[in-house]
Design a protein around this ligand. Structure first.
Ligand SMILES: *Cc1c(COP(=O)(O)O)cnc(C)c1O
Length: 391
């Protein structure tokens, strides 16, 4: 089992069977667990073994299967699930930070992550934001006394890619913990842990669910971090993943590799078909050789991802006409779904960001984010080309 490859772990990792020997993993929809005796209850509160549970906020067999399966795929010792990706980010930052600490983070972050960092500033935490694609910026910011480094491997929505190995080396040289949100890259052919991250976070709401059904999140890391630092905070603050969502995401892991590879291949075909189209000011796809961080992509991922950013030269009016003319991708703000999704970040997910921030992050009025789904790529290319012809 120790030498199983990720795809084998995705089908079998973490499986716990009840006395009925079910093939498909059971949903243990229970909050509590019965003890055989008062003595057993006392012993379990003192110390619980791997198959001994106390309360669903602390752990649940279905949730545990999901945590162990994903930790096995990523290649970390342990994992702990959360009710959503943001619950996971929040709990990691809160559990690992004390007043007076110094956090260095890449500035191109999911809006809610920036909100939490801002909140920590209010508790006397120093937060320094850098251009995540600049080695000089990281070198200058990662000084002695930095306790935690936080970044998203592929930034939303402009798809900048951060070199995890480079940041890991600089972070570890000053004794800082490197926390990586690897949601956009997915664990398929892109282990952030293998590249040097100490703690890896996934919003399982995205590709791991893959069908746009339910929220979930996971924190992966060493046993020491998960049990020593993370679990005490997480289990007392209550953002536990529901066993039903854990089961959906557990089953999602079985097909994750196939789905992500198919979506990435389709995204790559779309990017090649659209490259050089006159409607774009920029077309960004991490898998293409013309992506500014292509070398980092090639080093840490074996696919180019499932997302494209299309910056329409005609600005907001062109972007809206493009979205409205599409027949296959739906207009929404999720990603990683079987259905292709288009988003206009400047007026939705990033609407509240001040204009100068938008400019700094490259969120132009013409920018459209495309999450490529599982549809036939020929159909998607035809639909996109027809919509571009309308504008
Ligand atoms: C969606 C997302 C999150 C938040 O996850 P939720 O499950 O929506 O809470 C965090 N980070 C990234 C990169 C995301 O895409």
């Amino acid at each position: 089992m120790d030498d199983w490859k990720p795809r084998t772990r995705a089908a079998h990792g973490g499986t716990r069977r009840s006395q009925y020997g079910e093939v498909s993993e059971a949903i243990f929809l229970t909050q509590g667990f019965v003890y055989d005796s008062a003595e057993q209850a006392e012993a379990r509160f003192l110390e619980s073994g791997p198959d001994e549970f106390i309360y669903a906020r602390y752990g649940n067999p279905t949730v545990r299967m999901f945590e162990e399966r994903l930790a096995g795929i990523e290649g970390t010792e342990d994992g702990f699930a959360a009710a959503s990706g943001m619950a996971a980010v929040n709990a990691v930052l809160m559990a690992a930070t004390r007043p007076g600490d110094r956090i260095v983070a890449a500035r191109a972050l999911f809006g809610s992550c920036l909100y939490i960092l801002e909140w920590l500033r209010g508790f006397g935490v120093e937060v320094v934001l850098v251009d995540g694609t600049s080695a000089e910026d990281w070198r200058a910011a990662l000084t002695e006394g930095t306790s935690l480094v936080f970044l998203e491997t592929i930034a939303n929505p402009t798809l900048e890619v951060i070199d995890i190995a480079l940041v890991a080396e600089l972070a570890h040289a000053v004794g800082a913990l490197l926390v990586v949100d690897n949601t956009f890259a997915t664990p398929v052919g892109a282990s952030a842990a293998a590249a040097g991250a100490d703690v890896v976070i996934y919003s399982s709401t995205k590709h791991i669910d893959g069908g746009g059904r339910g929220l979930g999140g996971v924190v992966l890391g060493s046993e020491d971090f998960i049990r020593g630092t993370y679990e005490p905070y997480a289990k007392h603050t209550g953002a536990a993943l529901s066993p039903f969502n854990a089961w959906m995401h557990l089953k999602g892991l079985e097909t994750l590799d196939l789905r992500v590879r198919a979506m990435a291949e389709s995204a790559s075909r779309i990017a090649d078909a659209l490259a050089g189209h006159g409607a774009f000011a920029r077309m960004i796809y991490p898998g293409r050789a013309d992506h500014p961080q292509h070398a980092a992509v090639a080093r840490q991922m074996d696919h180019g991802g499932t997302m494209l950013a299309l910056d329409l030269a005609g600005g907001k009016a062109a972007a809206f006409r493009f979205l409205d003319a599409l027949h296959i991708p739906v207009i929404s703000n999720n990603l990683g779904d079987a259905k292709s999704i288009v988003t206009h970040p400047a007026t939705t997910t990033h609407q509240r960001l001040p204009d100068e921030q938008k400019q700094l992050l490259g969120i132009t009025p013409g920018l459209v984010r495309l999450s490529v789904g599982l549809e036939d790529s020929d159909d998607l290319i035809a639909d996109i080309e027809a919509a571009l012809a309308v504008i």
